[in-house]
Design a protein around this ligand. Structure first.
Ligand code: GAR
Length: 206
C-alpha cells in the first residue's frame, strides 16, 4: 500500500474525484490516508470526514512561508506519506518541501503549463487570463512539484476547447469535468504503480 496525503484549501472537487476513484478500485495500491487543509473552513474537510478519512488542519493564516513549509514537512513525515497531492492547495510552499519529497508531490494546475502558470495564476484567475488571451484551447496539467512554482516535470495533460461565450466559471467547470477529475486519479495510480520515471525535468509515463 502507498499512503497518499492530499493537501486542500477549498471546495475539494479534485479530492472527491480521488475518493471516488479509490472506491472504484482505480488508485491501484494507493490509499488516501489523510487530508490536510490550510483553511479550517474548507469544504474539502467535510468531504474527507464523510468518507472516513482522517483530517488535519494546518492553518496558513499568520504563519510565514518557511515556517509553514517546515511544519508541513514534519507533518507529512509523521504521516509516512509516499505521495503528496496538492488538490486545489492555494499556498505556495518553500524549497524545503520539494527537497523533502523529490518527485513525490503532485499538483493539479488548471491550464496547459508552461502557459498561464506561476505566481498569481490560481483558481479562477487562470481561466480569466485564458479568456483574456483569446486562446482557443486550454486544459489542465498534472505535474511534479519542484523548487519552481508550477515548474516541475509534467506527468499528464489534457485539453478542452474555449468557446465564444465562455465565462471563467463555465470554462473552469469544463476543465475540471473533462480533465482534472479524470487525470488526477490516473496520475496517482501511475505513481503508486511505479510507472512514472523522471530524468531531469522530464517525466516519462510507462
Ligand atoms: C482546481 O481547478 C485546481 O486545478 C486549481 O484550483 C481548483 C481547486 O478546486 N488549482 C490551482 O489553481 C493551483 N494553482 P477544488 O478545490 O474543487 O479541487
Amino acid at each position: 500500500m502507498k499512503n497518499i496525503v492530499v493537501l486542500v484549501s477549498g471546495g475539494g472537487t479534485n479530492l472527491q474525484a480521488l475518493i471516488d476513484a479509490e472506491k472504484r478500485g482505480e488508485l491501484g495500491p494507493g490509499k488516501i490516508s489523510c487530508v490536510i487543509s490550510s483553511s479550517p473552513s474548507a469544504y474539502a474537510l467535510t468531504r474527507a470526514a464523510d468518507n472516513g478519512i482522517r483530517t488535519v488542519t494546518l492553518p496558513k493564516k499568520g504563519v510565514g512561508r518557511e515556517e509553514y513549509t517546515h511544519q508541513m514537512v514534519e507533518l507529512l513525515k509523521a504521516e509516512k506519506a509516499d505521495l503528496v497531492i496538492l488538490a486545489g492547495f492555494m499556498v505556495i510552499l518553500g524549497e524545503e518541501m520539494a527537497q523533502a519529497f523529490p518527485n513525490a508531490i503532485m499538483n493539479v494546475h488548471p491550464a496547459l503549463i508552461p502557459s498561464f502558470c506561476g505566481p498569481g495564476y490560481y483558481g479562477l484567475h487562470v481561466h480569466e487570463a485564458v479568456l483574456a488571451a483569446g486562446v482557443k484551447v486550454t486544459g489542465a496539467t498534472i505535474h511534479f512539484v519542484n523548487e519552481v512554482c508550477d515548474g516541475g516535470p509534467i506527468i499528464l495533460q489534457g485539453t478542452v476547447p474555449v468557446e465564444n461565450d465562455d465565462t471563467p466559471e463555465v470554462l473552469q467547470r469544463r476543465v475540471m469535468e473533462n480533465v482534472e477529475w479524470k487525470l488526477l486519479p490516473k496520475a496517482a495510480r501511475l505513481f503508486c504503480e511505479g510507472k512514472i520515471h523522471v530524468e531531469g525535468n522530464i517525466a516519462k509515463v510507462y
